[in-house]
Design a protein around this ligand. Structure first.
Ligand code: OGA
Ligand code: MN
Length: 304
């Protein structure tokens, strides 16, 4: 069987992948074709994949090293595997999260436009989200094309942004949804990190904006000025012409490339309906500043 890629359009993000059964080993040729589709379309959807956690892990590992989950609000995990993120409104006893639950407040962070893992020294490269249960309405995921958004900026703005470095932290994003009481262990584990503002996407050779709810301030600028710039850019980059909205069906596996997209979850009635997604995440190869300025041994000028 060979994979078939059905793009929404040549120049828009979003494509469907058919002709592959993720319960079975995927050939290196198919992995190469899928990688090519990711490089071009950034968000790809595999409908009708009724896979287990183990099958998702086996498939995901073919694209690189998987991140271990960073949970900070669940008392006890529902999912056994450390490399599967529990993106759900369900607790370890399979009950809906209740209004006062810390994890429920934490889930609201996903409603903000973000890029996965920019608050980590080495950010996330690919996220792979598998729909197990979906609410009867709403709860879509929106994706914004950061290469197209970059291309659309005036040259003067591109020049101003070219060398900016931004500090990112998980406290910044979570404080925006009223969640500030992190414990010391989380602070020690996830100190703030630096990322470039403009990334070169290696698989396409195109430049991309690196924005996220985790982006806190621009290094060397007054904090409020940097935040204003980041906010303006997020508004610019998420205009409808740059956005694909995914309406989920059970069995969809969606892969997105965090190096050139932002995304956000849309609200749904989470006190009434279950929404259960399992996410695996492939780590990028290095920190974006180190990649950009060639400070990674053996990867010199990988992004220059
Ligand atoms: C994620 C995420 C959005 C959603 O898993 O990283 O942001 O719609 N999910 O669940
Ligand atoms: Mn996310």
């Amino acid at each position: 069987m060979t994979v078939e890629i059905l793009a929404r359009s040549e120049n828009l993000l979003g494509a469907q992948v058919r002709g592959v059964d993720l319960r079975k080993p995927v050939s290196p040729q198919d992995v190469a074709a899928i990688t090519q589709a990711i490089n071009r379309h950034a968000v790809i959807v595999f409908p009708g994949q009724f896979i287990t956690d183990e099958e998702q892990l086996v498939f995901s590992r073919q694209f690189g090293k998987l991140e271990r989950r960073t949970s900070y609000a669940r008392d006890k995990e529902r999912i056994e595997h450390e490399e599967i993120n529990d993106i759900s409104n369900i607790d370890y006893e399979n009950r809906l999260l209740t209004p006062g639950d810390r994890q429920r407040a934490m889930n609201d962070g996903n409603l903000l436009w973000h890029t996965d893992g920019t608050f980590k020294h080495i950010p996330s490269m690919l996220s792979m989200l598998h729909a197990r249960e979906i609410p009867p309405e709403a709860g879509e995921t929106e994706f914004a094309d950061m290469r197209a958004a970059y291309d659309a900026l005036p040259q003067k703005m591109k020049d101003e942004l070219e060398d900016l470095i931004v500090e990112h932290s998980v406290y910044r994003s979570r404080s925006q949804v009223g969640f500030a009481n992190f414990n010391d262990e989380v602070f020690a584990r996830l100190p703030p990190v630096q990322q470039v503002m403009i990334r070169l996407h290696p698989g396409s050779g195109r430049k991309s904006l690196c924005l996220a709810s985790h982006a806190d301030y621009v290094i060397g600028w007054p904090v409020e000025k940097g935040r204003k710039l980041l906010q303006d850019l997020i508004v610019q980059a998420t205009q409808p012409q740059f956005v694909y909205s995914h309406r989920w069906s059970v069995g969809d596996l969606v892969i997105w490339d965090n190096r050139c997209t932002m995304h956000r979850a849309r609200p749904y009635d989470d006190l009434k309906h279950r929404r259960v997604m399992h996410r695996t995440t492939v780590q990028d190869i290095a920190n974006t500043v180190e990649l950009r300025y060639g400070k990674v041994p053996g990867l010199k000028s990988a992004q220059q």
